[in-house]
Design a binder for this molecule. Structure first.
Ligand SMILES: [Fe+2]
Length: 229
């Protein structure tokens, strides 16, 4: 499965200077946050595969103006063509506003997904906006990584964790990929392509984004807008 990951900055080659066919090769697109709704709607219209997305810290507008045609996976466990995917958007709380969490709040979000992690015998790809602590994060509070995400890697060893938030142009030392105990951590700033071996799955599930968690609009409010700092 060939996967295109997008984050933080709209890629000119996939929008302003898009030429037909440029998205034909991808089997799945993952959006890691801080992207315009209109950009993701354009990408999903041109592509022949789903776009799964989590919000970044600048995506409060998704609530009233979500990326049309795309599938929200924040706080959800989904399976697509046999690949198990978990979405955990937002970043470390550094100011009032939506899609920001303390480490304890991130830990609680993960705890709520434990049943699905167990029922599905783990996870293949974790899609986040922020990085795990010490694995591609940065030193200022806004770009701190979550220890809760690092603990998730230690416990479930997903094949990939794909994140954004730490722009590659913040500094030369920012790595695109990090290997950590069997997990490849990818910074998807602007765009990045990777492949995951095909999985076995039922033909009736082909091309379907199957939600293992219930979709409950408004349920994230409890984390994202309350509790102050
Ligand atoms: Fe961000």
């Amino acid at each position: 499965m060939k996967i295109l990951a997008l984050s933080d900055e709209e890629c000119p080659a996939l929008w302003d200077y898009y030429t037909p066919g440029r998205l034909d090769d991808y089997n799945l697109i993952l959006a890691c946050g801080d992207l315009k709704s209109s950009y993701l709607s354009f990408v999903v219209t041109m592509a022949h595969c789903p776009v799964l997305y989590v919000p970044g810290n600048h995506d409060g507008h998704y609530e009233n103006n979500p990326p049309l045609g795309c599938d929200p996976i924040d706080d959800h466990f989904v399976v697509y063509n046999g690949v198990r995917i978990l979405g955990l958007g937002g970043c470390y709380r550094y100011r009032p506003g939506p899609h920001q969490y303390t480490n304890a709040q991130m830990r609680r979000r993960i705890r709520k997904l434990r049943l699905q992690l167990w029922l599905n015998k783990g996870v293949d790809i974790v899609v986040t906006h922020a990085a795990p602590a010490g694995l591609g994060d940065a030193e200022d509070t806004a770009h701190w990584g979550f220890q809760a995400l690092r603990d998730l890697l230690d416990k479930y060893h997903p094949q990939y964790l794909v994140h954004g938030h730490v722009h590659m142009n913040y500094g030369h030392e920012i790595p695109r990929e990090i290997e950590y105990n069997g997990t490849k951590i990818i910074n998807a700033y602007e765009r990045y392509v990777f492949e995951i071996p095909d999985r076995e799955y039922s033909l009736t599930d082909h091309g379907q984004v199957i939600y293992k968690t219930r979709y409950r609009p408004g349920y994230l409010e409890e984390y994202s807008t309350q509790g102050g700092w």
